[in-house]
Design a protein around this ligand. Structure first.
Ligand code: KG4
Ligand code: ZN
Length: 342
C-alpha cells in the first residue's frame, strides 16, 4: 500500500457516544467512549430522548479527544465514517449530522456504516490474520444474527432471532432477579458463583429454520420459575437462576453456530456484539471450536460493546471499494445488513 489511510469514525446509535481514529483499517490510534449507562440505570433501560441529548452534549468533546489521543489533525483524515443504522433514530441523527457537518466543512469524504457490520469488523482489529470467508455470531442488545461473511462488506444472514435478542434476554432476566441494568455483565459476574445445572430451562428450537433463535420462551420460563418459587415460599438462589439461564442461552448459541460452521465448511468462526464479551460464552466457544478444529476469533471486551473503532475498521473496507455518501445521508433506524442506502 502506497499511502496510509486514516479514518475518523463516529458512533452514536444507542447509549455510547464514541469516536476513534483508525489507520489502514486495523490499527486503532484512539478509541474514545463516553458511556451513558449510569444515566439510564435509574430508568432500568435506555431512554431514547436522554440518549440523544447527551450525544449532542458530548459528541464534539469525544471527537476532539480521539484526534488528540491519535496525535492527528482533522485535515489528515481520508474519510469521516459514521453509523447511520440500525439504532435509535434520534441518537443516530446526532452522529450522522455531526459527520456530515465535518465532511461539508473540510471536504473529507463521508462513509456511512452499518452498525452490525461494525460489530463484525471489530474482529479484524486484534486478529490481523482474519480475512473472509468466515462465520460470525453477532449477539448484542438489539440483534442476534448468524452471518456468513463472504467478502469484506458481503454478508448472508443464515439465522436470526424470532423475538428477543440475546442481550435483551440477559437484560430482562437480570431485571426480574433484581440485578438492574445493564443485565449482561451482572449475570456474567454472579453466574460464576452459581450452579448452571441447578435448574433446567428450555433450549428453544425453531422448527422450520435450523439456525434461527428464540429467547422469549426462555425468559418466560425464568419468570414462571421465580413466580412458582414465590408462591410456594421456596428460596430463590439468584446465582443459580442466573447461571442456569446463561447456560441455556449459551447452549443454543454454541449448538447453532458450530452446526453452521460445519455445514458451510470455512472452519473459521468469530463472535461479535456486547454479549460476545460474556466470559462463559467465550469459554464455551473456545472449548467447542478446539474440539472441532475450528479457528475461533473474538474481540477484546472493549471492542465487543459499542465503540467507534469498529466503525472505522468497517468504513476502511467500504472506502477501498469506493463507497462515498452524499449530504443526503440520513439515519435509518431499521437498516438491514447488506443493504446500502447511497
Ligand atoms: O453491542 P452492544 O453494546 O449494543 C447493541 O448494539 O445492542 O450490546 C449491549 C448488550 C446489552 O444487552 C448487555 O446486557 C449485553 O450486551 N452485554 C452482555 C455482557 N456485556 C454486555 N451480555 C452478557 N454478558 C456480558 N458480559
Ligand atoms: Zn452495538
Amino acid at each position: 500500500m502506497d499511502k496510509d489511510i486514516y479514518v475518523l469514525a463516529v458512533e452514536s446509535s444507542c447509549d455510547e457516544t464514541a469516536a476513534a481514529v483508525v489507520k489502514n483499517g486495523r490499527d486503532v490510534l484512539s478509541n474514545v467512549i463516553y458511556s451513558q449507562i449510569a444515566l439510564h440505570t435509574e430508568y432500568g433501560g435506555v431512554v431514547p430522548e436522554i440518549a440523544s441529548r447527551k450525544h449532542i452534549e458530548k459528541i464534539n468533546q469525544v471527537i476532539e479527544q480521539a484526534l488528540l489521543e491519535a496525535h492527528k489533525d482533522l485535515r489528515q483524515m481520508d474519510a469521516i465514517a459514521v453509523t447511520y443504522g440500525p439504532g435509535l433514530v434520534g441518537a443516530l441523527l446526532v452522529g450522522v449530522s455531526e459527520a456530515k457537518a465535518i465532511s461539508f466543512a473540510t471536504g473529507i469524504p463521508l462513509v456511512g456504516v452499518h452498525h452490525i457490520e461494525g460489530h463484525i469488523s471489530a474482529n479484524y482489529i486484534e486478529n490481523k490474520d482474519l480475512e473472509p470467508p468466515f462465520i460470525c455470531l453477532v449477539v448484542s442488545g438489539g440483534h442476534s444474527h448468524l452471518v456468513v461473511v463472504k467478502e469484506y462488506g458481503e454478508y448472508e444472514i443464515i439465522g436470526r432471532t424470532r423475538d428477543d435478542a440475546a442481550g435483551e434476554a440477559f437484560d430482562k432476566v437480570a431485571r426480574a432477579i433484581g440485578l438492574g441494568y445493564p443485565g449482561g455483565p451482572k449475570i456474567d459476574k454472579i453466574s460464576r458463583q452459581g450452579n448452571p445445572d441447578a435448574i433446567h430451562f428450555p433450549r428453544a428450537k425453531v422448527g422450520d429454520a435450523e439456525y434461527d433463535f428464540s429467547f422469549s420462551g426462555l425468559k418466560s420460563a425464568v419468570l414462571n420459575y421465580l413466580n412458582s418459587c414465590q408462591m410456594k415460599g421456596e428460596e430463590i438462589v439468584t446465582e443459580d437462576v442466573a447461571a442456569s439461564f446463561q447456560r441455556a442461552v449459551i447452549d443454543v448459541l454454541v449448538e447453532h453456530s458450530i452446526r453452521a460452521v460445519k455445514k458451510y465448511g470455512c472452519r473459521k468462526f468469530a463472535i461479535a456484539g456486547g454479549v460476545a464479551s460474556n466470559s462463559a460464552l467465550r469459554e464455551a466457544f473456545e472449548r467447542e471450536c478446539e474440539k472441532e478444529g475450528i479457528a475461533f476469533y473474538h474481540p477484546s471486551p472493549i471492542y465487543c460493546t459499542d465503540n467507534a473503532a469498529m466503525i472505522g475498521t468497517a468504513a476502511y473496507y467500504e472506502f477501498l471499494k469506493g463507497v462515498r455518501h452524499g449530504f443526503d445521508l440520513n439515519a435509518v433506524p431499521n437498516l438491514k445488513l447488506g443493504e446500502r442506502v447511497l
